[in-house]
Design a protein around this ligand. Structure first.
Ligand SMILES: NC(=O)c1ccc[n+]([C@@H]2O[C@H](COP(=O)([O-])OP(=O)(O)OC[C@H]3O[C@@H](n4cnc5c(N)ncnc54)[C@H](O)[C@@H]3O)[C@@H](O)[C@H]2O)c1
Length: 258
C-alpha cells in the first residue's frame, strides 16, 4: 500500500532508533512528510539523511522533549519547513525500573519528565495548530505497562498509566475540534531498550528466554509490527477512533497467569 498518509505532516519524537525509527520509515512509505526529533543528534541526523536520500520529505532537529522551549522551537521549524503539522507521534520514552523504596528522587523525576511531561510538552506545542486547522491526530506510544504492572519496574508503569490518562483527557477535551488523541500499547518489542533490560539480569540469555516463554506465540514484536498499527491510527482510516488505546502484544496481557 502507498499514500495512506499522503498530505500528512507528522512530528515523530524519539525517531533516531527503535520503534520511533520504524514508525518514521513506515510513515514515509505511506507518503507522509515528517519532522523527526530526538535527543541523540548523531543518530538522528544519520537516519534523517538516509530517509532524505531515498526521496522522503524530512526535517529534523535535536530536541530534549523535557525542555518545552526546545519542543516549541521544533514545532515552529516543522511548520516553516513542511507546512502546518497535522499529526504528532509521541514516541520518545525511557525505562526507569527499581524496587519502589529504592527509587531515588532523581529517577522518579527523570521517569515522569521524559515519559509524561515530555509527551505533554509536545501535545501542548502541537495542539493549537491542529485546532486552528480544524483537526488532526495525536498518537501516544504507551505500553502494556499503562494498565498492568510487572514487579520491580517501578515507577515506569505509573508514568505510562498517566500517559493513558492524558490520552483520554485530551481526546475528550478536543474531540469537538476534530482532534483525535489515542494511545498504542506495545508489549515487548525487539529494540535496544529491551536488550538493555535483558542485560540488567545476571543471565541475559535466560531473561530473554523467559520473556519469549511469557508470550502465547513464543516471540516478541518487531518494531515494524508496531509501526503498522501506528500508521493505521494516524491515518484517516479510523476517523472515529478517539481517546482509546490499541494493544499490540501478541496476547500477552490477557493471560491470567502467564
Ligand atoms: N521496546 C519495548 O518493548 C516497548 C514496549 C512498550 C512500549 N515501549 C515504548 O515505545 C517507545 C519507544 O521505545 P523503544 O524501545 O523504541 O526505545 P529506544 O530506547 O530504542 O528509543 C527511544 C528513543 O527516544 C529517544 N529519547 C529518549 N529520551 C529523550 C528525550 N528526553 N528527548 C528526545 N528523545 C529522547 C532516545 O534517544 C531514542 O532514540 C517508548 O515510549 C517506550 O516506552 C517500548
Amino acid at each position: 500500500m502507498v499514500n495512506r498518509l499522503f498530505n500528512k505532516r507528522i512530528l515523530v519524537t524519539g525517531a533516531a532508533q527503535g520503534i520511533g525509527l520504524a514508525i518514521a520509515k513506515a510513515c514515509v512509505a505511506e507518503g507522509a512528510s515528517l519532522f523527526l526529533v530526538d535527543i541523540d543528534g548523531e543518530r538522528l541526523a544519520h537516519e534523517a539523511e538516509t530517509l532524505k536520500a531515498g526521496g522522503a520529505n524530512i526535517g529534523h532537529q535535536i530536541v530534549d522533549i523535557v525542555d518545552a522551549a526546545q519542543v516549541a522551537s521544533a514545532v515552529r521549524r516543522a511548520g516553516d519547513e513542511l507546512g502546518p503539522l497535522n499529526a504528532l507521534i509521541n514516541n520518545a520514552g525511557v525505562n526507569v525500573f527499581a524496587e519502589p523504596l529504592a527509587t531515588s528522587d532523581a529517577d522518579w523525576q527523570r521517569c515522569f519528565d521524559i515519559n509524561l511531561k515530555g509527551a505533554w510538552n509536545c501535545c501542548k506545542a502541537v495542539l493549537p495548530g491542529l485546532i486552528e486547522q480544524g483537526g488532526g491526530a495525536i498518537l501516544n506510544i504507551a505500553s502494556t505497562h499503562a494498565f498492568t504492572i510487572i514487579p520491580h519496574t517501578f515507577p515506569y508503569p505509573l508514568a505510562k498509566h498517566a500517559l493513558l490518562g492524558m490520552t483520554k483527557s485530551l481526546g475528550l477535551e478536543y474531540a469537538a475540534r476534530g482532534v483525535r488523541v489515542n494511545a498504542l500499547a506495545p508489549g515487548y518489542v525487539a529494540t535496544q531498550k529491551v536488550i538493555d533490560y535483558w542485560n540488567s539480569f545476571p543471565d541475559p540469555e535466560a531473561a530473554k528466554a523467559e520473556t519469549m516463554k511469557l508470550h502465547p506465540g513464543g516471540r516478541i514484536a518487531s518494531p515494524e509490527e508496531i509501526a503498522l498499527a501506528a500508521v493505521f491510527m494516524i491515518s484517516d482510516e479510523c476517523p472515529f477512533m478517539n481517546a482509546t488505546c490499541l494493544t499490540i502484544d501478541g496476547g500477552l496481557s490477557v493471560q491470567q497467569h502467564p
